[in-house]
Design a protein. Structure first.
Length: 475
């Protein structure tokens, strides 16, 4: 397996990494398992202090982190800086709130005694993460699980090894014990081996539907809990009474941010006919204003895609869409630069048989649909194998929220760009996966929700009535 940093702007190979050995994996699992036992005895406050220090060290090293990410997967430097800061925000938030959120819950019970659910660590977690937000994806799993006391082993994408190693090093430099998060350049078989290992108790994967299904199958075979954050074809619905200045200002950003390579990117614009022409004109105008160039240059507003392979795949999908009857409203022309640039493109006239109606386009290509009613908008929004996020723009936000309730996705933002913040849950339904990251839900993704019942006295009176359902108590 080749772990390589190839700059997608210059196409130069920057660095190559050696594959991990089975022995390194074994040592990592053993170290992590020992640390899990140590964490069990440690006050959570200790880890909160370290996690705040992780946030501080991330901020100190923000420039190096941002430049490494941009050089490795091509995103605009400003976006890399934003991602780095978000990681620090996530770390600080879990450091501040995890202990309180992990306090036992009291349960009202008919039993004679007190029932409590305690939230405890379960063991090591195998993380499999993608290249598109190399740091943020790591932090979404690392911060909550570090607070819980679950050590982690990371397999990052093969095209972002430098970012993966750098953040893993920063975490240790900030004071996290060795083994808290270990980045290894694993191949797929080694990932399966780690999942099968009894020291590993959970698997968190962010990536494509295909790898999600493969990894979840292995997890299922070994009865390991899994969370899957997969692809999306998020709808962006524009009602005819929406504030079109706000819509037009947000729509193009919502597609081109991170060069369109975001799971929650607005991939399908569903626009009421009254405002459709205005919408398409503004999208064209805004797409035409972006300036491709060196992503390290602050003047650049269109970044290259992350790799040659990704660009070629997107081009193939666009050609297939055109063959199946799509109209190119804008774009789909070569950009005369050596990097992996894809011209922002707008496709319309997509019917239900067109492959892009049901396939994710992971790059700067917008699909726009015209609809005659809100019912049609909802039907179209839900006509997707995915169910990750979505945006609704409506004149009245309460009415927008009524539509949001009808959309089959895990997240909907009304009259706003999407947010990703530590206090709000992130995740989807359908082929976008299951489980949530961030918030108290993400914090508890891999905990043992342990019932402890403290009885006032052994409930012998109820033994025969079945209320005390314990065979072992029967004499
Ligand atoms: P990918 O091919 O699934 O890669 C993601 C990770 O899975 C990489 O580390 C990859 O390693 C690994 N992987 C792939 N096959 C594997 C296998 N059989 N066993 C173990 N690991 C395996 O995804 P991608 O195409 O690079 O990333 C883009 C996808 O991720 C899109 O669909 C996007 O929507 C989705 N995504 C979702 C979210 C979310 O939160 N829902 C966030 C970001 C991205 P290699 O690189 O070595 O192949």
């Amino acid at each position: 397996m080749a772990y390589q940093t190839i700059n997608p702007y210059t196409n130069e190979m920057v660095k190559e990494y050696k594959d991990a050995t089975d022995q390194q994996l074994e040592e990592t699992l053993q170290r992590g398992h020992e640390l899990y036992k140590t964490f069990k005895k440690q006050e959570m406050k200790e880890r909160a202090k370290i996690l705040h220090q992780v946030a501080a060290t991330i901020r100190e090293k923000s420039d190096e982190l941002a430049r490494t990410c941009t050089t490795e997967m091509g995103k605009l430097l400003n976006e890399s800086k934003g991602e780095v800061e978000l990681c620090a925000v996530i770390a600080d938030w879990f450091a501040d709130h995890a202990e309180e959120m992990l306090q036992p819950d009291q349960i009202e019970t008919q039993a004679h005694g007190q029932a409590e659910v305690h939230y405890q660590a379960t063991g090591m977690i195998m993380m499999v993460e993608p290249w598109n937000f190399p740091y943020y994806q790591m932090m979404r799993v690392f911060a909550p699980n570090f607070m819980v006391g679950n050590p982690m082993v990371l397999k990052h994408a093969s095209n972002t090894p430098s970012s993966a190693q750098l953040l893993a090093d920063v975490i240790v430099e900030a004071g996290a014990p060795e083994g808290s998060l270990t980045n290894l350049f694993l191949d797929y078989d080694q990932v399966s081996k780690a999942i099968a290992d009894p020291r590993v108790q959970g698997v968190a994967l962010t990536g494509s539907e295909k790898s999600g299904a493969i990894v979840a199958k292995t997890a299922g075979e070994h009865l390991k809990k899994v969370t899957l954050e997969l692809g999306g074809m998020d709808p962006f619905i524009v009602l005819d009474d929406a504030n079109m200045d706000e819509v037009c200002d947000i729509a193009w950003r919502s597609r081109l941010y991170n060069a369109g390579q975001e799971c929650t990117s607005s991939k399908r614009f569903i626009v009421m006919e009254k405002v459709y022409d205005e919408f398409v004109e503004s999208l064209k105008e805004n797409f035409s204003k972006v300036k491709p160039g060196d992503p390290l240059d602050p003047e650049t507003t269109l970044a290259p895609m992350n790799s040659k392979k990704a660009k070629e795949q997107l081009q193939e999908q666009v050609e297939e869409a055109i063959k199946a009857g799509a109209t190119v409203e804008y774009g789909n022309e070569p950009i005369d630069l050596p990097g992996q640039f894809f011209m922002p493109t707008i496709l319309t006239g997509i019917d239900k048989d067109n492959p892009v109606h049901t396939t994710e386009l992971f790059g700067p290509v917008a699909v726009v649909y015209k609809v005659a009613s809100e019912e049609e908008a909802i039907e179209l929004a839900n006509d997707s194998p995915y169910g990750l996020g979505g945006i609704v723009f409506a004149g009245d936000k309460e009415h927008g929220a009524e539509l949001a309730k009808q959309i089959e996705t895990g997240m909907v933002f009304v009259n706003s760009f999407r947010y990703s913040l530590p206090e709000i849950p992130f995740g989807g339904v359908k082929h976008s996966g299951f489980g949530r990251e961030m918030s108290s839900m993400g914090l508890k993704a891999f905990v043992n929700e342990k019932l402890i019942l403290k009885a006032d006295h052994p409930d012998t009176d109820n033994l025969s009535s079945g209320l005390v359902a314990s065979q072992t108590l029967k004499k």
